[in-house]
Design a protein around this ligand. Structure first.
Ligand code: DQA
Length: 149
């Protein structure tokens, strides 16, 4: 049997994790987050690809590619595009791949402009404020969810 494929999509500036505002985002790097997710995928017998892109159009293209690759579920941190990107929202709606929206910080404790998301009402679940563990919780949820169907 072919292993199910999941993707993790990281939005702009998340390549700077570990260096970027550590008082908000912590000291864990993106490489470390991806390494933990790959270990989880291996243990659960699924395939995983992790992508990071700083540009909105590049992220839209990746979402389209996920559909072409037959991806079963996406864990996405759209980062600042959470609060601005109708294009990424439309792409996720168009491909109809189940996704979990993750934020490292608790966006609801932060500036009012971060309280609005163009993704949450389409998401299977929204996780924020768990730090890097939010990605692991989101991936675990999508893997288990798929096993039920
Ligand atoms: C973020 C929260 C966003 O508001 C911010 O623009 C980010 C990261 C988070 O993971 O907490 O870049 O998505």
């Amino acid at each position: 049997m072919v292993a199910r494929l999941f993707w993790v999509l990281h939005g702009p500036n998340l390549n700077r994790l570990g260096l970027r505002e550590p008082e908000i985002y912590g000291s864990t790097t993106l490489e470390e987050i991806n390494r933990r997710l790959h270990a989880m995928a291996l243990a659960d017998g699924v395939e995983l690809d992790c992508h990071q892109h700083n540009h909105e159009g590049g992220l839209v293209d990746l979402i389209h590619q996920a559909a072409a690759r037959g991806v079963h579920g996406i864990v996405i941190n759209p980062a600042a595009y959470t609060h601005t990107s109708i294009a990424m929202r439309d792409a996720l709606a168009a491909v109809a791949i189940p996704f979990v929206e993750v934020h490292i910080s608790n966006v609801h404790r932060r500036e009012p402009f971060r309280h609005q998301s163009y993704f949450s009402d389409l998401a299977e679940a929204v996780i924020c404020g768990l730090g890097p563990e939010g990605y692991e919780a989101g991936l675990k949820f999508l893997i288990r969810r798929g096993q039920k169907s």
